[in-house]
Design a protein around this ligand. Structure first.
Ligand SMILES: *[C@@H]1O[C@H](CO)[C@@H](O)[C@H](O)[C@H]1NC(C)=O
Ligand SMILES: [Zn+2]
Length: 283
């Protein structure tokens, strides 16, 4: 009896250990694993509030997580967006993929899903020199194929367990009630959804949440930190801006590649380090 129990425990210990499990598909994360951590996550940017939100977190000694699109509320390759994305990243806030053009991935083909992920990885590789380790599927819609594709690209899926509804018609008081619920129910490890694209989120919800959660003794950390994993597959160096950095001829918001827009495959170019000074790199 004891032997059987011990054997069962040994088996479950092995299977329950992520590093020993041989996985063929992405993990789907909905909440933090570290006690007392809260990850506030902001979707759909970069937009005009990115800098404000990043600075509010920085001033509070907290970290935010941004799941970004390339072509949704404007183009990530505009000078202003490039600058604000670099600004948020340099301050230590986490950057993840939210796909290139924010389509419902469950309606796309495998080639189109890869294209959506490729273009976002390419933008991060160019602007920041990073390979993201997390992808948040638009609206949280995913299926087994999307999990497999994300896995093949080295990314896990990042969902959430509490939604402020800031982009779904909730007013400020209703969204603040979501924070109050989290704080008062003494949740130990929430991942909360907000949107960078809402003015009230930047000017009202963020100051409210920072003050509330800090006063209750929570750690406001990035999603990767609250999971105890790395936010990026690799960190290299940013590339030099060129005319190929454009949203022209790419899938428009809510759509995928196809027709006159060729679907991109493979993995985008990545610079792991700058050439030593005085050495001209081979082109
Ligand atoms: C909106 O606010 C209400 C009240 O706080 C909350 O129960 C709900 O989860 C929020 N989110 C959405 C998406 O409605
Ligand atoms: Zn979104």
């Amino acid at each position: 009896m004891h032997l059987v129990l011990a054997a069962l425990l040994a088996v479950s210990a092995v299977w329950g250990h992520p590093s020993l499990e041989s996985r063929t598909t992405s993990q789907v994360y909905k909440s933090c694993v570290k006690t007392n951590d809260i990850a506030l996550t902001f979707d759909d940017g970069p937009y005009i509030y990115l800098r404000n939100i990043a600075d509010e977190f920085t001033a509070a000694g907290a970290k935010a997580t941004f799941f970004m699109n390339g072509n949704n509320w404007g183009c990530i390759y505009s000078d202003d967006r490039i600058a604000s994305v670099k600004h948020a990243y340099a301050a230590g806030h986490m950057i993840g993929s939210h796909t290139w053009s924010h389509p419902d991935l469950t309606t796309l083909s495998t080639a189109q899903i890869n294209d959506e992920m490729f273009r976002m990885e390419e933008a991060f590789s160019r602007i920041l020199g990073i390979k993201p380790a997390f992808m948040r599927p638009p609206s949280g819609y995913y299926n087994a194929n999307i999990k497999k594709i994300a896995f093949s690209r080295g990314q896990n899926l990042a969902l959430w367990d509490m939604d402020t509804g800031d982009a779904d018609g909730n007013n400020t008081a209703q969204s603040e009630a979501v924070y109050n619920d989290a704080a008062n129910s003494k949740v130990k490890n929430a991942v909360i959804l907000q949107h960078e694209t809402e003015e009230d989120t930047a000017t009202k919800l963020v100051p409210y949440a920072l003050k509330l959660f800090k006063s209750k003794g929570y750690n406001l950390v990035t999603l990767a930190e609250c999971l105890g994993v790395s936010p990026y597959q690799a960190v290299g160096v940013a590339q030099k801006q060129s005319s190929s950095w454009t949203c022209d001829g790419t899938p428009s918001p809510g759509t995928g590649c196809g027709g006159s827009i060729a679907c991109k495959t493979g993995t985008p170019a990545f610079s792991s380090s700058s050439a030593p000074s005085g050495v001209v790199p081979n082109e």
